[in-house]
Write a protein that binds this ligand. Sequence first.
Ligand SMILES: [Cu+2]
Length: 410
Amino acid sequence: MRNPNFLTINLILLLVTFITVYFLSFSLYPIMATNSLTTFQGPIYENSRITSTSNSLSGSHGNLVNDGSLVTSNITNGDLPSTEKYDKIKNCNPDTDKKPSSIEYLTFFNCGHIKSSSTTGDGNNQTIREFTLIIEENQSIPIASNGLTFFDAWTFNGTIPGPTMRVTEGDLVRINVINSKENNHTHSLHLHSTHPSNMDGVDGPGGYIKPGQNFTYVFTAQPYGVYPYHCHVSPIDQHINKGLYGAFIIDPKTPRQNMTEMVMMMNGYDLDYEKEGIGPSRIPTPQEFEEDYMPQEFEHGNEVYTVNGKAFDYVENPIPINTNTNYRIYLINMLEFDQVNSFHLHGNMYKYYPSGTFKEPSFENDIVTLGQGDRGILEFDYPYPGKYMFHSHINEFSDLGWMGLFNVIE
Ligand SMILES: [Cu+2]
């Protein structure tokens, strides 16, 4: 006969297991429900018929800087604006197919198509934003006001830099990247910010979009800040040098102080990338010298430096701004082949927020030096009218195009 204690212990164990499973199923339910909203839709591996954007460049260099006063913002913590109201505050441009000129690019924010709102597990609404990026090779892009053209450029939606995508922290973002079937190279979209590995544009299907294929990157936007995006297919420096990059802004749920905003992306062009050969990387060791071995590496260098893609454009078209008015610049450095770049403002100081991920400025200065991919937010207002330069404080870069002017009007 079996020990009755043994039976009792078994019964108790069975009861404890049952109770645990029962309560676990309830506690996991909201998590599962939330995850279903961010479930990856999966790539669409079919030859998409690409309809190229037919909007021509407007060529308008008129009144381009928004006065930032479309909507009066009196928002405090806990009083969040509606998606529609916030998009107006952000100066979102409804014409998401438009290819802005480098002048228009300053204030051209693409906030995507809002599909619908979903309710998350915590009962809050989640805004869903959809973007389409079409990669095209063999593009001719004007890169200086003297008519200099970058032939065989590669673009996101036909411009260098690509469109400035703008979302709010917590939004569900879907970016469909289409690699045009006329292209000859594999590409990807690598976004900075926080997201799952399979949405990083490096590993898996999202890291290798072949010509004629597309991939939809899906993630919840976090944390707020200013970020670069770029293609991450090797050789990465070539895919970036060709033009595959742009700005990505995640706005905080509680809006920053309302002011006129601009994007400035610092870049460069190595126009003879293909022709550049190998050069000595270091002095050979005595043994290498004896063996007639010369250590070598590829060397590349930029011939043109710009902010927003076109050399000297803001010298010939100074940016009109007003005295005693607040301005904000989202600044990103996407310069390849040079270790650093910088932004120097004349006749003024600015508050600087590294990466834009904190609401208090880290310092006040008239120069900031950035490495490749680094970025931040500048805020300033001018007390005195007149023309003021802004440029790289590396004079080689400013002489080769990275220079502009603010025309401050009383
Ligand atoms: Cu690429």
